[in-house]
Design a protein around this ligand. Structure first.
Ligand SMILES: [Cu+2]
Length: 429
């Protein structure tokens, strides 16, 4: 069953005035619900606004392993795109609901909910030396809500187009049918309403990789990684053709085409394959054989810290059968953060994945070496898929408020440069 979609225009907030628009064509993508104040704010605290999005109804009638289920991407603005202002994203949440959009369904139907921006446009407005992937958030099995520590947020402009990708998962229901959709909440505060400045966070990532091809070694490094014989894993990620039974072709790490955005940040996420320029190819989505697996990945280059900073939040993406994911400071010989998990009580799934949140933060150093260690314990007799991602939220020490006059001028330029935009259904102007 496909429910009726309509796209409500953005109900602009505050002094921006309200406008409402209905598209005549049914939208194949998410519906938007107006951004509205969440609750009465305490005297000294800013109002938190919530932008709600409702994904299309997804039909589930067979097993969908990670990143193989029905999915879609839709684009939206948090507030008024024509009158850009600085906003701070303070939270992200997604719950699975019935087609009515309201009644809660089991969270086990969620593969992931990803929120992205265009990193090039973001950097043009904010400047700085950071290399952003564009991924702001991933919610997936075991964590469905992220709240930045109080007083922290991710600064973005209301004129930045946001991209929301939702995908369903079905690891357990091999008979029957189910219709579900994602209800998504983006929480933010408006800079003009702040009495106290917010502290800026920017997203970075550290994720585990497995060698697909090439000689043993560290991703992007010249030498073999001492003590890690990665060659033993050589075939584990990309040749499942000889394996009986279930379809693992989509986890092969080299043919993710047609599967859209994944839970991995970065340009190569759609193929999940990473060449390191040294003749080696790695995958961020690999197969775990029955039994225990400990995988080490040097992530210094992946994290690509632009400066010494502090880490204030970590959201972790793992697949079922993961036991833990640890970020290690190899230089200092310390554990920066180790996340544990809890497997689902029945069936296959993750009931809980730990997260890290701290206003004080934990220091990270530009010249230190970092490593990610994932531990999987595949208790089934079959191959399982795996990923190991930490989305890190780091203090942006080079942040300056963008010059809004310049931003407006850039928008006007861009407007002039392109012809009348093609009206895509579901995309709000
Ligand atoms: Cu994943």
């Amino acid at each position: 069953m496909i429910s009726r979609h309509f796209v409500a225009g953005l109900l602009a907030i505050g002094a921006l005035g309200a406008c409402s628009k209905k598209e005549t064509r049914p939208a194949p993508v998410s519906s938007e619900i107006a951004a509205a104040p969440t609750a009465a704010a305490a005297a000294d605290e800013p109002t938190v606004y919530t932008k709600e999005m409702l994904a299309p109804v997804y039909h589930v009638d067979k097993i969908y392993k990670s990143m193989t289920g029905p999915q879609s991407t839709s684009e939206f603005f948090l507030v008024d795109a024509k009158n850009p202002e600085l906003v701070w994203i303070v939270g992200f949440e997604a719950i699975m609901v019935e087609p009515d959009g309201k009644t809660q369904a089991s969270q086990e139907w969620m593969c992931h909910t990803n929120l992205d921006i265009d990193p090039t446009l973001h950097n043009r407005a904010f400047g700085g030396s950071k290399r952003l992937s564009g991924r702001l958030f991933t919610l997936s099995q075991g964590q469905y809500r992220i709240d930045m520590p109080k007083g922290y947020g991710i600064p973005i402009l209301s004129s930045e187009l946001m991209s929301l990708n939702t995908q369903v998962l079905n690891l357990n229901m091999d008979k029957g049918e189910k219709d579900v959709r994602h209800r998504v909440y983006v929480r933010f505060v408006r800079d003009v309403e702040l009495k106290q400045a917010y502290k800026p966070l920017f997203p970075a990532a550290a994720y585990g990789l497995k060698l697909l091809r090439g000689t043993d070694g560290v991703f992007g490094g010249e030498e073999a990684m001492p003590g890690h014989d990665m060659s033993q894993h050589d075939m584990s990620g990309h040749d499942m053709s000889g394996h009986e039974g279930h379809d693992m072709s989509n986890m092969s790490g080299h043919d993710m085409s047609g599967h859209g955005a994944s839970c991995l940040p970065g340009q190569n996420a759609s193929t999940n394959e990473f060449a390191d320029g040294k003749g080696r190819a790695f995958t961020g989505h690999w197969v775990v054989k029955p039994g225990r697996e400990e995988n080490h990945t040097r992530v210094t280059n992946i994290m690509d810290l632009p400066f010494d900073t502090t880490m204030h939040y970590v959201a972790v993406h793992l697949h079922p059968f993961a036991e833990s994911l640890e970020l290690k400071d190899v230089t200092a010989g310390t554990t920066v953060y180790k996340a544990g998990t809890q497997q689902a009580g029945k069936g296959i799934g993750l009931a809980r994945v730990d997260f890290f949140s701290s206003p004080e933060g934990v220091p990270l150093y530009k010249d230190h070496e970092y490593e990610i260690v994932s531990i999987y314990n595949n208790t089934t007799g079959k191959d399982q898929d795996s990923m190991a991602v930490m989305n890190l939220y780091l203090l942006d020490k080079e942040f300056t408020k963008p010059d809004m006059e310049k931003v407006k001028a850039q928008l006007k330029e861009a407007e002039k440069a392109k012809p009348e935009p093609e009206k895509k259904s579901g995309k709000l102007m």
